[in-house]
Design a protein around this ligand. Structure first.
Ligand SMILES: NC(=O)c1ccc[n+]([C@@H]2O[C@H](COP(=O)([O-])OP(=O)(O)OC[C@H]3O[C@@H](n4cnc5c(N)ncnc54)[C@H](O)[C@@H]3O)[C@@H](O)[C@H]2O)c1
Ligand SMILES: [Zn+2]
Length: 388
């Protein structure tokens, strides 16, 4: 019989295995596809049965999808309450964590309830930290609605909040029971956020899989056009790479550091911009500078920085250090980034597209200030026009 309503499709499933330090029960699926949220009630009944569900979202996402998701759940006989908080990184803090927790306590949420994080990485980290701490831990379901959350923050189990002293300083590990990425939700995401999320996918290709990198580079129109099949492939492969690296870290000591490619310089540039650059935009610049550093040291194959630059440019991402960013200030900020060892700063550098250099064995390579400074200057906006 032909149904007029075609059933929702979930085209990809990536199973994330626990590290050996965690029980086998911590294995969870990442389900990816258009109309994914339509499957949520059935999946919750099967995989995360609970007497009540706290659906946590920032207000942007709540106004777009909160009523729809809560409605689907209520129609299926599930008990759900919505808890909203103001959007933005500035609200990923202890005050909002305690406010959400207090509202759940007031509503008499018990140990037999579960938390659903519907939104971007801010919501995932914050709601995840509520779940990790509420009555010493509730089951968590990640419902990511940004590219970054789908390919990065919803996988790996890190939850937490920022403090005035820095980002993500207070937190806990809590693996989700399920990650459900409905690619249709990306249709309302601002284009700058889509591009910034894609920078992290380009990073995944650069550190671990040349074919994936080249496929992304050749799929600019499909990806920026939010082609469902392309998105499913992108999210699926990026999740595999991230989960593979995070899961293998304890065996291959330091492998997790490969995810830092572009981030030593990128975090510094992000801070220097006073967060006017999106994280993914700053990381795009950081990848180019760090590839230049690697080439200067003879660690990275020549031409790598140029290939990364071309690819990022095709996606409309920035690749040059803003002209008014003082190099000494950028370097000082890299030293604030926890990875400084004895006056030199540790970087995760590529050997080539798809291969991270193992360095001295732990994927960290100490770089002297002079080499880093020269690469920053070479990557300055306007520098290319002057020198070429
Ligand atoms: N836990 C981890 O392993 C991990 C990894 C990487 C990043 N992070 C964290 O992730 C956060 C950044 O995540 P993000 O980039 O998703 O930011 P975000 O959650 O702030 O989302 C970006 C903006 O998009 C809006 N939005 C979200 N989904 C939308 C949709 N479908 N349609 C329209 N608007 C939508 C949000 O309201 C917000 O304004 C940072 O706090 C970072 O520390 C965590
Ligand atoms: Zn990042």
């Amino acid at each position: 019989m032909q149904h007029s309503n075609t059933p929702p499709v979930l085209n990809a499933r990536v199973t994330v295995s626990p590290t050996s330090a965690e029980p086998e029960s911590h294995r969870y699926d990442v389900l990816i596809g258009p109309r994914g949220l339509d499957e949520l009630p059935r999946l919750l009944k099967d995989l995360v049965p609970a007497s009540r569900y706290a659906l946590i979202s920032d207000r942007n996402v709540a106004s777009l999808y909160g009523a729809h998701v809560a409605g689907l759940m209520a129609d299926a006989g599930l008990v759900v309450d919505r808890f909203d908080f103001p959007a933005g990184e500035a609200n990923k803090n202890r005050e909002v964590w305690s406010d959400l927790s207090d509202r759940m306590l007031d509503a008499r949420y018990g140990r037999d309830s579960a938390v659903l994080a519907l939104g971007g990485g801010v919501t995932g980290d914050l709601a995840g930290f509520v779940a990790a701490t509420y009555m010493r831990g509730l089951p968590l379901v990640q419902l990511p609605t940004t590219v970054l959350a789908m390919i990065d923050s919803s996988v790996g189990g890190k939850t937490g909040v920022d403090t005035p002293g820095g980002k993500n300083l207070i937190g806990a590990f809590l693996q989700p029971r399920l990650v459900l990425a409905d690619t249709d939700t990306l249709r309302t995401l601002p284009e700058a956020e889509i591009r910034a999320g894609l920078a992290e996918a380009i990073k995944h290709g650069a550190i671990a899989d040349r074919d994936y990198f080249e496929w992304i580079a050749g799929s600019v129109e499909l990806l920026l056009g939010l082609d469902p099949a392309a998105l499913v492939r992108l999210i699926g492969r990026s999740v595999e790479i991230k989960a593979g690296v995070v899961g293998a870290d304890e065996r291959e000591h330091g492998l997790r550091k490969t995810l830092n490619f572009g981030h030593t310089i990128g975090h510094a540039i992000e801070a220097q911009s006073r967060f006017s650059l999106l994280h993914g935009e700053a990381i795009a610049i950081g990848m180019v500078v760090e590839a230049e550093i690697g080439e200067a040291l003879g660690v990275t194959a020549s031409g790598t920085a140029e290939r990364i630059r071309q690819t990022l440019t095709a996606f409309g991402l920035p690749v040059a250090v803003p002209a008014d960013f003082a190099t000494t200030a950028t370097l000082d900020l890299t030293r604030a980034d926890k990875k400084a060892r004895a006056g030199r700063v540790e970087y995760a550098l590529l050997e080539d597209i798809g291969v991270t250099s193992p360095g001295t064995g732990a994927y960290g390579i100490a770089v002297d200030d002079e080499t880093a400074a020269e690469a920053l200057v070479r990557c300055r906006r306007g520098a290319a026009e002057v020198s070429r």
